[in-house]
Write a new protein. Structure first.
Length: 373
């Protein structure tokens, strides 16, 4: 039995390594050029001797896009009779039988006709990947499950065809096809997206500049998020460019804490980076020993930090240096910010264990220590 489990584990490993690669083109809306780019890439791959086929493509009779189909090998669609109508679906079995190196599968969020093996096209894509066939696909940002409510608020349209976020997480490559709102509207008015009789309706509904801008922002953010996640997983820590992350360390001292919070907020804003406010409560500063007005000032400062966008962390410990260093490691902090006490106390601070401990720890790490006046 144990031997069988080992064999199964090995076969799973082999299968995983043989799995096809997935590349997804994302756009903020129809008409940005996802299908066009997929077909351009197909021609380039074909010229390089790669066995690439078109599994399913939707040109929407856009002239420039449709012309690019010429010369590309196509796996014929499967005809299905559904509710007395003949419809065409991607022939998944036909693709599996042909087993090309790469297959192009458009409209990832498509819902398959009733009676198909899988309810959704993204599930068909998983079957192709499992069979060792690499897939190039495309989807619009409005089909992403996690932002479905946001999309409805922006566009006023309920999107029923959706893909789970995990598909983007499993993709080996994600490419954002980006246009400015003006470029997209120009394409629409020139008849490059919809036929003439649909242009006016589109301009008055989905293709309003304020809607396009918000959809563009969502697409850019999503791709940036996926790239960052990929970097965090795949790039060794010692060679990757770290995102700036600030840690503001405060005490119950009202004025110093306020300065540290405000100045760290400015730094974080400048670098467009996340930041944390850490309050380490020693035994000397527990609720029974600290005056009520100091407690109130502390709460006000933490409230200020929250309003300025910080994450608040409170830890009870007498090992202040160790607590700061451990949290900085855990949160991958690049810069620790602390307050400078009154000048005549500076010599005293230099001799304290907290400051000395921080200086020694910082000397061994790729983390900056900033003293804010």
């Amino acid at each position: 039995m144990e031997e069988e489990n080992k064999v199964r584990e090995f076969l799973d490993l082999v299968k995983k390594n043989r799995r096809g690669k997935l590349k997804i083109y994302i756009g903020m809306s129809a008409g940005v050029g996802k299908t066009y780019r997929m077909l351009q890439e197909s021609h380039a791959l074909l010229r390089n001797g790669i066995d690439i086929r078109i599994g399913y493509i939707e040109t929407h009779q856009r002239k420039e896009t449709h012309e690019l189909l010429a010369g590309l090998p196509i796996i014929p669609r499967k005809k299905i009779f559904y509710r007395a109508k003949e419809i065409e679906e991607m022939d998944v079995q036909g693709i599996l039988n042909a087993h090309p190196e790469i297959v192009v599968v458009d409209e990832l969020a498509h819902t398959n006709a009733e009676g198909s093996k899988n309810a959704k096209r993204w599930q068909d894509v998983y079957d192709l990947l499992d069979a060792g066939i690499s897939v190039i696909s495309a989807v619009n940002i409005q089909h992403l499950e996690s932002i479905n409510q946001e999309i409805e608020q922006i566009t006023g349209i309920s999107v029923t065809e959706r893909i789970p976020d995990k598909i983007l997480e499993t993709a080996d490559e994600i490419v954002n096809i980006d246009l400015t709102a003006d470029e997209l509207l120009t394409r629409l008015k020139e008849g490059k997206i919809y036929q003439a009789n649909k242009i006016e309706q589109a301009l008055n509904n989905f293709f309003k500049p304020e809607k396009i801008l918000q959809l563009r922002e969502l697409a850019l953010k999503e791709v940036a998020h996926q790239v960052e996640r990929k970097v965090n997983i795949e790039v060794p820590k010692q060679i990757k460019l770290r995102q700036e992350r600030f840690l503001a360390c405060i005490s119950s001292n009202q004025e110093t804490a306020k300065v540290v919070i405000r100045k760290t907020a400015r730094l974080a804003s400048y670098y467009h980076s996340p930041w944390i406010v850490l309050y380490v409560q020693s035994n000397k500063e527990n609720a029974s020993r600290i005056k009520l007005d100091k407690q109130r000032y502390l709460l006000n400062n933490l409230k200020l930090a929250t309003e300025l966008g910080a994450e608040i962390i409170r830890i009870k410990s007498d090992e202040i240096t160790k607590t700061i260093i451990n949290l900085a490691d855990e949160k991958e902090i690049t810069t620790i910010c602390i307050g400078k006490p009154h000048f005549n106390l500076f010599q005293l601070i230099l001799s304290t264990s907290v400051f000395n401990g921080l200086l020694k720890a910082m000397a061994k790490k790729d983390t900056d220590l900033v003293i804010l006046s």
